[in-house]
Design a protein around this ligand. Structure first.
Ligand SMILES: [Zn+2]
Length: 138
């Protein structure tokens, strides 16, 4: 697996894991890559700025990377909670209704079982798992 720093047209930066560089290029070509913040599909590799551990102690860059990732995940969660409708365990039902035009198109989030997620994906319904982290005040 390779981790690439990616960026959308609006400048949102995020990371993606790929089996290989070819797998990344294939997904990029076929429009499968999507910015987790705004949904933009024009995703490119961001310029890498590798951290260099000058003194040979590399704990600090690692800690910074983790903090940056946690901050990103918190921002993502706040964005979803502010802009998406929470449908709880009715997620699969609502996602299906929206997909088949039986409910108003809107952004939703909620809980779904592994089986529900698999059957939604099999039906070609566009859903994404969200990596939640604990809230700071929690
Ligand atoms: Zn974006």
């Amino acid at each position: 697996m390779i981790c690439f720093a990616l960026r959308c047209r609006l400048g949102h930066e995020f990371e993606g894991w790929f089996k290989s560089n070819e797998a990344f290029e294939e997904q990029q070509r076929s429009g499968q890559l999507e910015c987790p913040i705004c949904g933009d599909r024009a995703v490119e590799k961001a310029i890498m700025a590798p951290a260099v551990a000058r003194s040979g102690r590399n704990e600090k860059p690692q800690a910074n990377a983790t903090a940056a990732l946690l901050a990103f995940l918190r921002a993502l969660r706040a964005h979803v909670e502010a802009n998406f409708e929470h449908v709880g365990d009715r997620f699969a039902e609502e996602a299906r209704k929206i997909h088949y035009g039986e409910a108003e198109p809107r952004d939703i989030y909620g809980e779904a079982t592994r089986e529900e997620v698999e059957s939604l994906l099999e039906e070609g319904i566009d859903i994404h798992p969200l990596p939640w982290v604990p809230k700071l005040d929690g």
